[in-house]
Ligand binder design. Sequence first.
Ligand code: AMP
Length: 397
Amino acid sequence: MEKKTIRDLDVKGKTVLVRVDFNVPIEDGEITDDNRIRQALPTIEQLIDKQGKLVLFSHLGRIKSEEDKEGKSLRPVSEKLAEHLGRPVKFVPVTRGDELESAVGSLQVGEVLMVENTRFEDIDGKKESKNDPDLGRYWASLGDVFVNDAFGTAHRSHASNVGIANNMDEVAAGLLLEKEIKYLGDAVENPERPFIALMGGVKVSDKIGVLENLLQKADMVLIGGGMSYTFMRAQGLSTGNSVVEEDKLDLAKSLLEKAEGKLHLPLDFRAAKEFSNDAETRVTDYDDLRDDEEGLDIGPKTIEKYAELLQNAKTVVWNGPVGVFEFENFAKGTKGILSTLAELKDTNTILGGGDSAAAAIKFGYEDAIDHISTGGGASLEFLEGKTLPGIQCVDDL
Ligand code: AMP
């Protein structure tokens, strides 16, 4: 997939509209994880070096009513960005109108402006999320060229990505979008083999498409987390109180058949009688879960077996934690996998976004993984092999 990138652009003196994904977690006005802001810095810095005038767009959270706006302004995000850039970022507290237009019009070369949360446009008829054609056209009219660097929303066709792109002569990918396409795209289309996929998280149903695609593309698929139990039950094993999707048992059976031995399930679990960090834990074999117990993590034998299997891999894609990593006592499996991946020297290690990415950052493995995707839903759809509208709208080279 050869796409035009900002390296191919001449932006000198031009107004560059940039869609970033600054949908970061904010608690009491404080940004608790600024990974997405840091990941966008190379694109912003390169566009500043190339003497563009930058106008940044992003969404933050979901907005359905006026009340939802509370705590969802991008102002604190623009302040955090200014800190990282070491230069001022002008913030415009609206998404359209005179104030925005005159702020854009008076931008100087190398200056950066951030527009208010694009989803504030959703209150009156979901204009952003339903890609209202007038809104895309209006935003596009503010600039000369469009850069999409928001991988996290690339699976959505919104006014601030596809809408702007449809009204622009020149559309390029930012460096983050390029990196995501390269790592996730190469892993699925052209992986160095052996290619091992590791799937966790709570539901099989969320990941059917990914499982089906990866069972075809990968040499081996290792399963962990809550989804294990639907596969165990499908084989007639007792799963106690563990999370099982009863209506997905037939699907799990058919995936197991199609997998022809490629799919590996846990050998043991760390189980408890309550869904709590303080619950007493017991390590159980895969066929020994008692009626009143639920499996909340993979057990030590599984950690060891998966570590051994992963030693041979040249490409690893991991999506979804293998246990309830939010509880310290059930984070051992997820930490074990992270430490195995960190030690693999000649292996391309890639984490789909969402919870496994959050776990890697939480447990300090950010620098030891080759690529941690900034997109949860977007990385899943990409791994499924779907065409993402936010990538499709970028000019081909
Ligand atoms: P997902 O969004 O599908 O990737 O699921 C992530 C969530 O799965 C995390 O919040 C984990 O706590 C949860 N999870 C992982 N393993 C289990 C398990 N054995 N039982 C219940 N929840 C789990």
